[in-house]
Design a protein around this ligand. Structure first.
Ligand code: CP3
Length: 341
């Protein structure tokens, strides 16, 4: 039994005293204790060493007592396990030296035995569960197949993922084969995470909003939905699509437990598009954490009033930025904890 189960109750749609709160990328560079570990160990060493990954995961919890922890890891460990080389270059981000560019490249990609290839993730989950001591739930995650394809084909971050889109639009058969291989790997991976002890999973579709509504259905949503269908009987699934407000109505008709929304949609319209029937998570503009603490507090209270305290998980609309002052994060979290209807 988890002592603070606000987050799990909100995922079930139950009434709560106040909404739960956590922040995407909460284990990250705005924390001095994170930077101290980052100075000593490179990115994938941090991900692959259970003692480091679990320590980094609980750092924000010690400081702010969020209502859920999210495992420190990365969405790109999945293509790595599929034998695609992924580097994390300092001051540059992800770099894949041998990107997927042809149908033959897709044929060469493997669907790995995830129990072995990603065993360090399950060990990190077990180590984190011990540190958390059942105080709060632990979230596991994966990238959406489309967002993973974006990196596999583009080879790095991008403003428009033009090479990834060109590949899908000129080689749709190969693109769908690749998306299916990523989907199959992701489903097996998330099931192992559940076995290792996570209490909910989130699928990050960070680049879904790059697609038109029609292309989104074809290249992203149908694969996310396969993941939801495969996991729904085992664990609550949160689907976060950045810039995907146009798909909210379809998403609300799925078996996801919650939908993540970004700050480009108002709470009112998000509730309308989802017919008020599913838990929503979000959607504070991460840059708004640069406002003075008293302004942050007012805005958070207003955001809760607009979403309503039930069927709602307070979060940012995307990951926290590295330059956010610690006292501003405190204002964000405290405003939720002090919330009174
Ligand atoms: O949320 C958390 O606290 C858990 C940890 C987490 C990380 N990456 C750690 C990380 C999560 C959930 C992710 C997911 C992830 N990774 C996404 C989806 C969410 C999103 O933000 O859109 C994506 C697209 C990636 C790929 C990725 N990893 C990028 C683009 C970068 C570089 C980002 C940058 O600003 O430089 C990373 C590196 C990364 N992953 C960092 C962290 C804390 C920063 C670099 C470091 O710690 O060395």
């Amino acid at each position: 039994m988890i002592k603070n189960d606000l987050f799990l109750r909100a995922l079930k749609g139950e009434n709560v005293e106040r909404p739960p709160v956590w922040m995407m990328r909460q284990a990250g560079r705005y924390l001095p204790e994170f930077m101290a570990i980052k100075e000593k160990y490179d990115f994938f060493t941090r991900c692959q060493t259970p003692e480091l990954a679990s320590e980094i995961t609980v750092q924000p919890i010690r400081r702010y007592r969020m209502d859920a922890a999210i495992l420190f890891s990365d969405i790109l460990v999945v293509p790595q396990a599929m034998n695609i080389e992924v580097q994390m270059k300092p001051n540059f981000g992800p770099y894949l030296p041998n990107p997927v560019r042809t149908p033959q490249d897709v044929e060469n990609i493997i669907v790995p035995d995830v129990t072995q290839a990603l065993d360090y993730v399950y060990n990190a989950i077990k180590a984190t569960k011990e540190l958390l001591n059942d105080d709060i739930p632990l979230i596991g995650f994966a990238g959406s197949p489309w967002t993973i394809l974006c990196y596999c084909v583009q080879g790095q971050g991008s403003k428009n993922f033009d090479k990834a889109k060109a590949f899908c639009f000129t080689n749709p058969v190969a693109a769908h084969k690749l998306l299916q291989k990523i989907t199959d790997t992701t489903i097996a991976y998330l099931k192992q995470k559940v076995k290792a002890g996570v209490n909910a999973v989130q699928v990050f579709d960070s680049w879904g909003g790059m697609l038109s509504p029609t292309d989104y259905k074809e290249f992203s949503w149908q694969y996310i939905n396969q993941i939801i269908e495969a996991l729904k009987d085992e664990i609550p699934v949160i689907a976060f699509g950045k810039g995907c407000w146009f798909a909210l109505n379809d998403m609300a008709n799925s078996n996801a437990s919650a939908l993540g929304v970004d700050w480009t949609i108002s709470p009112k319209v998000a509730r309308q598009l989802t017919n008020n029937k599913i838990t929503l998570q979000g959607n504070f503009d991460p840059s708004r954490l640069l406002s003075p603490p008293n302004v942050i507090k007012q805005m958070v209270t207003q955001m809760i009033n607009e979403f309503g305290k039930d069927k709602y998980i307070v979060n940012l609309g995307h990951g926290i930025l590295p330059n956010i002052p610690l006292k501003n994060v405190d204002a964000f979290i405290s405003a939720v904890k002090e919330y009174k209807e």
